[in-house]
Design a protein around this ligand. Sequence first.
Ligand code: CP
Ligand code: NVA
Length: 311
Amino acid sequence: MMVKTAVKPKHLLTITDLTPGELQAVLDAAIELKTRGWISVLKNKTMALVFEKPSLRTRVSFEVAMRQMGGQSLYLSPEEVGLGKRESIPDVARVLSRFVDVIVVRTFAQHNLEVLAEYSSVPVINALSDFEHPCQAVADLLTIYEIKGKLKWLTVAYIGDGNNVANSLMLACAMTSVNFNIASPKGYTIDASVLKKAQTYAKTSGAKIFTTEDPQAAARDADVIYTDTWTSMGQEAEAAARRKAFAGYQVNEKLLTLTKKNSIVMHCLPAHHGEEVAVGLLDSPRSVVFDQAENRLHAQKALLAWIFAKK
Ligand code: CP
Ligand code: NVA
């Protein structure tokens, strides 16, 4: 029988499970780990990936990160675990905790992650929920930091759906003194509680948060222009209505002319070329999306190192 520890494990359910100082330290660690390649710091650690939705980047980057750090991983597909269907979430958490050292979960409801974390005796990492995508935000900041050489007082313009990616990115920017403009149509604006939280962080960091329905106002003088799919996983039935609502929100050359001359184009991927982003734009020199995708690997390594570091 496994001996229960009284110490609560660290979890990463939201980007705000990191303090602003820890987020900066994770970014610094990611830069260092990127130069080091394979290291054996997570020898004898096992990670379970419990995914209720498809994934390319998140799954592969976590698996490769664990392998390159000396640990092992196992992938559990939606059919296998049946989170809350085949088995209750508390039972899944308690059983997995007896086998593995960290549980990485991609699920629909943020609440599922909270229940898993409550019952797990090992760390739980949010690999995307309908509410947040914290690991993506770390890779996004890492990419901006590398390309621009700083974060402070840069401006990120996010054009599109106020979704999981937008939530984590807005909070991450507010935590690191990055100004954040977001343009979304009515009905698809960022969650009010996230905005309020971001404003609280911004008060301390000095970042400016600007919300608008006008993509041009958001894009003006931005250093980074960022977009994501109009229809997230699980919203497929709304695709036609969303295409209509987001019609004026495409990131294209015309919108780009309003941004700074050396601005970069970002997208968490997968992209829908010709919808949220113009055909060809992600292949242009302004696009950094493949650097951004690669940085998922280095960010995951830094996050795993943080999760396993002694408190
Ligand atoms: N950006 C991202 O999370 O990609 P996947 O859905 O492929 O993991
Ligand atoms: N907002 C998208 C992100 C995919 C990585 C989704 O949830 O489907």
